[in-house]
Write a protein of this length. Sequence first.
Length: 251
Amino acid sequence: MSGGDAWIRRFHPAPEGRTRLVCFPHAGGSASFYHPLSAALHPDIEVLTVQYPGRQDRRGEPFVTEILPLAERVAEALGPWQREPWAFFGHSMGAVLAFETARVLERTPGAPPLAALVVSGRRGPATWRDEAFHRQDDEGLIAEIRRLNGTEKGVLDNEELLRMVLPAVRNDYRAIETYRGDPLARINAPISAFIGDRDPKSTVAEAERWAGHTQAGFDLHVFDGGHFYLVDRQVEVVQRITDCLKRAAGR
């Protein structure tokens, strides 16, 4: 694969889907995380998922170490996939990356307007916490992964697999923990924020601060669960995403 094809995965082509939804994985995550969501939304919504360098089939490629350059690369890769209507969904680090990618595309001549941005498991982009998990040793980083409860047990229980994914996790934690969002940055698309009511990475109040980063509408949806609430609450999440996209499309 080359060019944009290396960056984008489409697990369930849906030519009849009215909306194209681009999904951005969390720190250390890969495109395959969204395979169940893609299957659940099919065929009404066609899901594309971003595959970051340095993991799975792109494991031999160098990481992108900062959010803003990564957003530029993703925006470029999305060029051939742009169509109206389309929307973004990002979880955790992916929420910030989706936001910054949307900003890049709004500055790009000819790019179609985004219908909606759905951000999940992340505080507003200018809401900073003094976190430095990327500086911890392997055991400290593994403890953080376990605390968030979003990695498959088969990986956590397999020492070889765990050591293989740690470099990607560390890189992404460095990227998001050194990111400083512009408090004045706003996009033209409406933003919907999803958050678990027991998320250690963002309080509900911190998630509400996404409201200050859109020129359009904002709404907040609180789910029962922690940082990876969307795994256990998939049926509810699918319904909420569908509602957001229908509302954005005026249906």
